[in-house]
Unconditional design. Structure first.
Length: 327
């Protein structure tokens, strides 16, 4: 996909998504029972959709761990959530998803707390950043949006498995977006080194997350684990992810966001549904949008592609590639 084509397709898809969500009925999550004693990690939980998710779950009594790369904003968010919910079990832990060493260190610190883990919300993301590569040599969209979350989830599977049971499965919630519909997985160039397009790289990372969620669910089910994995499309939400868009887009957003865009709280609604709704108890492998199950891109159901991407990801991260029944 050429840079110009990728740009045009992303904005066309975004416009269509805006129209659909503006004309449709926006989902409001049902009142959920208290979740006292349960533990959740929310990546990127200091702002936007992540913050609203963390606040809602804290309001239900969960022990909330906000994982982020900015100590100041993270601690500010912790204080606000505690003040607004009265729940003192809210904390910040540093996590830089662009660094695989940071991901491993985060998991070591979490495991040292000897906590269970009932929900993992993989929310953090970057969008349309200029071409740059991480300390590990990975393209930034692919590293932050996909690889970091893949490694984080892999390393947290043990506490997730220990926390789930036949009545209440643990849950992995992965945020993608409608952009995945135009994404292409180039197995020969996952780091987007040839003909870089920020729009194409972003779309690829979001498609990779859908493929990851489906393959993870298949492996968890084959393993008999009481853990489920679902992927969420939060919609077109007014957050600061758009800081790398064109000035014209920013102007249009400023003029129309109050009418067309979802608020972060509205964007968090389906995330909360995926994390706690009884409707999804024991159910995984779904693409969720506006509180409903929807069909994702045709290519996302390609099990050969899921398996090959999983294997290549494990190789990039230095993780042993295990057969499906030994994930």
């Amino acid at each position: 996909m050429s840079p110009l084509s990728a740009c045009a397709r992303v904005y066309a898809l975004g416009l269509r998504a805006l129209l659909v969500q503006t004309l449709g009925r926006r989902y409001t999550p049902a009142v959920l029972p208290p979740q006292n004693g349960k533990v959740v990690i929310v990546t990127g939980g200091a702002k936007g959709i992540g913050y609203e998710t963390a606040k809602h779950l804290a309001g239900l009594g969960m022990h909330v761990i906000i994982a982020g790369n900015c100590e100041e904003s993270g601690q500010q968010s912790v204080r606000r959530i505690i003040q607004e919910t009265g729940n003192n079990k809210v904390e910040f832990m540093h996590l830089e998803l662009a660094s695989m060493q940071s991901v491993r260190q985060f998991v070591e610190r979490f495991k040292a707390k000897n906590l269970l883990l009932h929900v993992l919300v993989n929310n953090a993301a970057v969008m349309l950043v200029p071409q740059r590569y991480t300390e590990d040599g990975f393209e930034e969209h692919f590293a932050v949006n996909y690889l970091g979350h893949f490694l984080l989830t892999h390393l947290l599977l043990d506490p997730l498995r220990r926390s789930g049971n036949s009545d209440h499965n643990s849950r992995v919630v992965i945020l993608s977006s409608a952009t995945h519909y135009i994404g292409e997985i180039n197995l020969a160039d996952l780091q987007s080194r040839r003909g870089y397009s920020s729009h194409g790289a972003y779309a690829q990372s979001k498609l990779a997350l859908v493929l990851f969620s489906y393959q993870l669910q298949q492996r968890l089910a084959a393993d008999g684990s009481y853990v489920t994995s679902n992927v969420v499309d939060p919609g077109v939400v007014s957050t600061d992810l758009y800081k790398h868009t064109t000035w014209l887009f920013k102007l249009c957003k400023w003029l129309t966001s109050w009418l067309l865009f979802k608020t972060p709280s509205q964007g968090a609604s389906t995330v909360i549904y995926a994390a706690l709704s009884p409707d999804l108890e024991g159910s995984g492998g779904f693409y969720l949008n506006n509180g409903q199950k929807e069909k994702s891109a045709n290519v996302s159901y390609d099990e050969d592609l899921q398996t090959e991407l999983w294997a290549r990801t494990c190789k990039l991260l230095g993780i042993p590639v295990r057969p499906v029944n030994a994930s």
